[in-house]
Ligand binder design. Sequence first.
Ligand SMILES: Cc1cc2nc3c(=O)[nH]c(=O)nc-3n(C[C@H](O)[C@H](O)[C@H](O)COP(=O)(O)O)c2cc1C
Length: 333
Amino acid sequence: MKSVKIGDINIKKPISLSPMAGISSLPFRIICNGMGAAYSPTELVSARSIRYNGIEKSLRYMRISPEEEGITAIQLFGSEPDDFTAAIDTIMDTPVLKEVSIIDINMGCPVPKVVKTGSGSALMEDPQKAAAIVRECKKAVQGLPRNVPVTVKTRTGFNADDKGRPDFAKTLADAGCDMICVHGRTRPQMYHGESSNEAIAVMREAVREYGIPFYANGDITDTASAKKMIEQTGCDGIMIGRAARGNPWIFEQILAGLAGTEMPGYPGAVERKKMLIRELEGRLKYLPEDVAVREFRSVMPFYIKGLPGAAAVKVRLCSATGIDEVKEILDLV
Ligand SMILES: Cc1cc2nc3c(=O)[nH]c(=O)nc-3n(C[C@H](O)[C@H](O)[C@H](O)COP(=O)(O)O)c2cc1C
């Protein structure tokens, strides 16, 4: 993979953690970046909620640490251009958040609660609105002393029979979007079935002439699938979602695989448990212990997946309430 430029930001190795609600915690993003991810966006945060409920309610989902992360990105979702303007103005008035490198717009979320409001993947059905959102976001960052690129993450379609939405990709690029990332599934597929590299390629070709970086996402689990994605779509960068859960090593593995250098060995039980605790301790820095552990229950099993005895330990981790208890349970695996 060659380096790319998102706005004025140089991305040497364009491989990123794909944003995931409940997974993309600040400590996990720091860990992934340490393993080679160029940057890792926050999970989706409601622009409308920031506008009407204030930043406090959303802060925990959009916490960034430029010092520890390097390049940072906050992902917003919404359906009204004005909500994005207000949300960005608030972000740019908030300590630390105002240092964010990239604003990413979610135009791919398939969850009915989000789609019903005209947000996420529903914007694919309203390209004029989608374009207006990109334009308003670009306007909102214009007066800042530094260039803050606006990127969009979307899908290959809203309907089951969509085989890519080249016109939608063009609409985004025409509106001034600085990077587009496409997940190769349609909205009704949610996260099931196969991600289509062919459908991604159709959208990639549609915006090639604009010269903005194009990222592809969907079902990348190892070097072979990363290579296939790059070759079949002609993308400039890739994002990895589910395969990175509890497995931040995937970034160094794929980077080494793509570079043709020796792959680091896959971590054993001790290293994986250590990493789990490192992420949990990171979460404890900004959450009360019971909340941090409760929220981490669904993530912990990914760290120990495949280890002998993991099945029984997973069940116990799902009712853990404190870090000491987590450590005790982990001693069993
Ligand atoms: C639990 C979960 C939460 C997700 N949350 C978001 C999100 O907040 N924003 C977003 O753009 N995509 C979200 N996604 C989609 C992923 O970023 C990614 O596009 C999708 O999982 C496909 O990539 P993969 O096959 O590498 O997992 C989520 C996916 C999962 C599984």
